[in-house]
Design a protein around this ligand. Structure first.
Ligand code: APR
Length: 319
């Protein structure tokens, strides 16, 4: 049986890490694409030269022509510009909207059967532009944000409780921005919800609130430290988990930016919700019941994403 093909559009910090992880996990053959000629070829060759040491078999190629992605089973998009200190994800909208339109056209021509994962920020707006530009069905185009946001939440909680990260689950909904909604009620240590852990004296509500805020600011914390770009290891790991669930039909329940058609009272918008990812792409959108407070927080996040989508529409109309 032929190997799967994974195409990575954008061979920068996240793109290179994606290629290495996809190789280490033997997800398939890997093609890196970038507008800067030489970079995708160089990264592909460098990782290929690591393969004998790491013991994985994969054909790694790089290219600057969209034909390089032909026939891809999975396409992961990181093309565009990342944040610098002081910038919000939303400041990237002008450049990255145009990039998503070009990338979408490339996918439409060369990889119309792929499962497409968008990472480019501002995520919830960019995944919508990408979907429209590539014309694929919404269940085949998702945004990576929730896995990363919940991984950050899980890591901070595991650190606070001094337990394995493996035993911490976290639930984060809404847009990938300052208004994201980490849900304590659905986040657990070995099945014990966070509010119960507060009652059990494992932590305080104040400490939990601080962790929730740190999760919301998780991306900015890394940008502030790196100064020259944004996070790339954890975003790459998160997207690979989504790709793996699709390629191996694992049907994992993962928080992703998915296209809503009435769920949570939202229609025609990409926003972070838990979904089941299997061989058909997004196979199910999980709709939980909100408390009044959670609903208000989710609605605020939806309004923020709608604002961004309107801004991208104006940019597209003016172009
Ligand atoms: N087509 C393909 N690649 C492009 C295009 C384009 N039109 N425009 C830019 N690129 C490439 C750049 O040449 C660069 O190699 O996208 C790559 C982006 O890589 P980095 O600048 O290293 O950014 P990275 O940290 O990988 O983040 C990429 O993901 O998390 C988001 O906010 C982040 O939007 C940013 C994206």
């Amino acid at each position: 049986m032929a190997r799967n093909k994974i195409a990575l559009i954008g061979a920068g910090q996240i793109g290179g890490t994606l290629a290495l992880l996809a190789g280490l996990k033997e997800l398939g053959d890997i093609t890196l694409f970038d507008v800067v000629d030489g970079v995708p070829q160089g990264k592909a060759l460098d990782i290929a030269e690591a393969s004998p040491v790491e013991g994985f078999d994969a054909v790694l190629k790089g290219g600057s022509d969209y034909s390089a992605i032909a026939g891809a089973d999975v396409v992961i998009v990181t093309a565009g510009v990342p944040r610098k200190p002081g910038m919000s994800r939303d400041d990237l909208i002008g450049t990255n909207t145009k990039v998503m339109q070009a990338v979408g056209a490339g996918i439409k021509q060369y990889a119309p059967d792929a499962f497409v994962i968008c990472i480019t920020n501002p995520l919830d707006a960019m995944v919508g532009v990408l979907r429209e530009a590539c014309g694929l069905k919404p269940e085949k185009v998702v945004g990576m944000a929730g896995v990363l946001d919940s991984a950050r939440f899980r890591y901070f909680l595991a650190e606070e409780f001094k337990v394995s990260v493996e035993d911490v689950t976290a639930f984060v909904l809404g847009g990938h921005g300052d208004s994201m909604v980490p849900l304590a009620r659905y986040s657990t240590v070995a099945g014990i919800p966070l509010p119960d852990l507060v009652k059990m004296g494992w932590t305080t509500q104040e400490k939990l609130d601080q962790i929730i805020q740190r999760t919301r600011d998780g991306g900015a914390e890394i940008v502030g430290l790196l100064k020259t770009g944004s996070a790339f290891y954890a975003p790459a790991s998160s997207a690979i988990a989504m790709a793996e669930s699709y390629l191996r039909d694992k049907r994992r329940v993962l928080p992703c930016a998915a296209y809503l058609t009435g769920q949570y009272g939202v229609t025609g918008l990409y926003i972070g919700v838990p979904v089941v990812i299997g061989a058909n792409g997004v196979e199910r959108i999980v709709e939980v019941q909100f408390t009044a407070e959670e609903k208000a927080a989710f609605d605020t996040s939806v309004a923020a994403v709608k604002g961004l989508v309107e801004a991208t529409k104006k940019l597209i109309a003016a172009a």
